[in-house]
Design a protein around this ligand. Sequence first.
Ligand code: SAH
Ligand code: SF4
Ligand code: F3S
Length: 473
Amino acid sequence: MSETNWQVPQQQLLQQKDYAEQVRALLEELYPVPPLAYVHSYGCQGNVSDGEKLKGMLADMGYGFCDQAEQADLVLFNTCAIRENAEDRIFGNVGALKRWKAQSPKHKLLLCGCMMQQPHIVEKLKQSYPYVDLIFGTHVIHQLPELLLSVLQQHKRVFYTPESDGVIAEGLPIRRDGTLKAWVPIMYGCNNFCTYCIVPYVKGRERSRQPEAILAEVRQLVEQGYKEITLLGQNVNSYGKTLEHPISFAQLLTQIDAIPGDFRIRFMTSHPKDATKELFDVMAKSQKICHHLHLPVQCGSDRILQAMNRRYTVKQYLGLIDYARSVMPDISFTTDIIVGFPGETLEDFQGTMELLKKVRYDSLFSFIYSKRVGTKAASMLDDTPHSVKSDRLQQLLALQRTIGEEVLSEYVGKTLRILVDGAGKSGEGYLTGRTDQFLIVDFPGDSALIGQFVTVKITKALNWALLGELVSE
Ligand code: SAH
Ligand code: SF4
Ligand code: F3S
């Protein structure tokens, strides 16, 4: 399919601008001062990035913002469906707003995001949470003005969660969370269908933004003073395949790298099956691309990797790590691990532990497998007791703690460049920032340095971060 099929026509986006104007006029009638919205995005950075656009649209419609749901006139939760505990937390937070909702008929509660693409969840919300005003799906976020207008005008609940392969809506208003670091989605959706994962069902097919649109956005961000650009996609290594004129992720990176300015580039997430030597070579040559790779392995057993439909072996994965290290000796790795996938034996789990010892990640995210309705793994026999899975997770965390501390201590004495983020946690007068390798460094310094790149010499490794001192300002 060519990319032209994914784009929301300009005409439709202009129509939404009209609806936004109508909402604005209505709000001016309803409220003596601009109403406040509280927006919270759960889940991955892609969702956070969608949340920035939702806020952009709300700002366009005349909303101000507050950081507590209870103080808001409108609450919008942009939800995540990746694991059961993510969903439970959102149900809990919706439940907690029952009283707020009852305080005024003007209070509006809106839900969108990945959970809303699951019919059984929408049904539950319809039946058991009658005070939710608007539910809309992942493929229609650009229609927020139209949907909100009908909620405000008609005083009845609206549910709009169409099934779709997905769309790309360019040029939506955006209200970014920070002034230093920006998220830039380069693609949406996922075609990989890892057997445990809900994402392909709720975010639609993989589709890439046009390189020109991405480059223009990055250029504008750099001009606005952003110092760190993180390119987002569920599988960035497969960027460009859906374009009419396909280009590879490595080629896109090369073009972004050539944009003049003092900024750095990160990206996530990389799928090992699509990581290429070309990518590592581009990273090695570049001045701006950080030498950090989040390369989710999920597990260290070929049998389980196959059952997960990950389409690489442990050997191939280790080959990638070796190659990347050969061209970038300073590269750091982080990963995601799922413990207790259906049918995982002790031997499979030991394979994961061995892999951790071989790769020596700086840090990792680990999760107990969570059954997702509609996925292939949901119908697999899963007879490992939860207590065994929890125990394995604890073992894994303990091993990683030891490895992580060793890896961090190897940085002592090194000189590294960091982007200064804000106040550090290590005490009065400390600032904090991250290295290219994504490590946190706290160091004593003047707050005027916030927002700048500085060089620090690492003096000590704590178990969660490094301590350093300024080398040059
Ligand atoms: N696209 C990324 C991952 C996105 S989801 C990739 O392929 O690497 C982030 C992480 O959540 C995954 O890497 C996986 O470790 C975890 N995850 C996804 N589905 C899960 C499930 N059903 N149970 C437990 N963990 C899950
Ligand atoms: Fe989920 Fe796999 Fe796609 Fe990642 S690559 S989003 S784990 S299906
Ligand atoms: Fe969650 Fe959807 Fe992201 S399920 S992890 S918010 S793609």
